[in-house]
Ligand binder design. Structure first.
Ligand code: SF4
Length: 154
């Protein structure tokens, strides 16, 4: 039987750097360079070195979305109870779709578990590693403690 996810049932972070043997790829970045969107894969793919090498010379996180076990307290976005990155995405990013995208990792996704449909309907706008990001996206991706005081929030 083919597994679609890593064996543990711990929550997955849906905007994580890829780790061979621990992560899965679940989306592909498409659309115009100025307005990229994630298209979700029907099945999540285990991350292998071959998969990561296949995007060279581009950073894999610029063209794929990966999910990895949530690092919880070891992550700058975790406040002890919740993922603040998910919370900021809900607050700051516009709706990207008007229905739930089909997503292979949903049952284990921390953003879904925490924020529900509101996260999924903005999730296609999240590109883990972006060369040119909108102001709203930059603010959403930056922990409050690391923002300059002059930054305006949308
Ligand atoms: S937020 Fe929703 S669409 Fe995005 S990875 Fe999680 S379950 Fe999938």
């Amino acid at each position: 039987v083919e597994r679609q996810n890593p064996p543990s049932e711990d929550p997955l972070c849906p905007s994580a750097p890829p780790l061979v043997g621990e992560s899965v790829a679940f989306g592909v970045v498409g659309g115009p360079a100025r307005d990229p969107r994630v298209a979700y894969l029907r099945r999540a793919l285990p991350v292998t070195q071959k998969l990561l090498d296949s995007t060279a010379p581009v950073d894999p996180a610029e063209v794929l979305r990966f999910a990895s076990p949530c690092a919880a307290a070891a992550c700058v976005h975790f406040d002890g109870a919740n993922c603040q990155l998910a919370a900021r995405i809900i607050q700051l990013l516009p709706l990207a779709v008007d229905g739930l995208p089909a997503c292979a990792i949903r049952p284990r996704c921390r953003w879904w578990q925490q924020e529900g449909k509101a996260a999924c309907m903005r999730c296609p706008l999240v590109i883990t590693q972006r060369r040119s990001a909108s102001d709203e996206y930059r603010v959403a991706a930056t922990p409050v403690s690391e923002r300059s005081s002059s930054r305006q929030e949308a």
